[in-house]
Design a protein around this ligand. Sequence first.
Ligand code: NDP
Length: 290
Amino acid sequence: MSATILWGKTYAKKLKDETKEKIAEFTEKTGITPGLAVIIVGEDPASQVYVRNKHTTCAEMGINSQVIELVPTISKDELIATIENLNNDSNIHGILLQLPLPKALHKYENELLYRINPLKDVDGFHPVNAGRLSIGEKCMVPCTPLGCIKMLELAGISLDGKNAVIIGRSNIVGKPMANLLLAKNATVTVCHSHTRNLQQIAATADILVAAVGKPNFVTADMIKPGAVVIDVGINRIAPKKITGDVDFTTVKEKAGFITPVPGGVGLLTIAMLMHNTLEAAMLQQTQQNR
Ligand code: NDP
């Protein structure tokens, strides 16, 4: 029997509706409108589309959004000054530095990201947030893995005691995903490019998360019958064609649940950014009232 497809659109709508309602309540109660600043450096066409989408979604949700467009020749120090201004702006609760940065700034990427006040770090990339996540404290959680967990929750898939295997150990997907699954009492294995017997390990997974960045990496022989397969991969295989990390056609015949690409967990990322902006505004408001 073919797997149930977990369509991102359905879950993204549900999560956005929920967050929109909470934003309206928060604004009515406190008089504060959550504010998100997105910094974009240079003219990467894909980034410009993402930033436009974020801006439009903010407007729909009741979030004030500010897009700061900077020339690709901007210096590291000027960019730091921009971040510091936003750190000190009480109308801005979330700051996002759109990646990738232009080549000349690549080597400063972490240094720049770490300048964002952890309370405003809606991407959840700051080491303070990564550390808090790993010890199970309240923090800003990276949007993509958070979206995956929310989708599993909404789909009624229990994680307690399940074997979860994640392929990929990046700081923005694999590692936070592992911490989130651990917090839900799953037994977690993280695989990477040095993992031996990856196929056998993957085949033990009740929940398999693919975050590799390689088209068709996960094949049907790596799937336990009935497993939940979450495909985080976004691979451009032609100018207008995107595919995931999972060989969808064959894997869906063996899995119990599967997310498609496009149309899967990717759609939840923006919804989670909205959620995190509200969380950040709430956190900053409670800190101010202390
Ligand atoms: P990275 O390139 O940072 O990490 C890829 C991971 O895959 C690494 O840990 C790497 O291992 C592992 N890997 C690579 N080759 C193999 C292999 N042959 N066997 C086992 N493991 C392997 O990617 P990201 O985590 O940033 O992204 C992963 C995918 O998710 C990409 O396609 C990206 O586009 C997508 N993505 C989607 C998002 C969304 O939906 N909004 C957001 C973020 C990412 P090692 O560490 O050993 O090198």
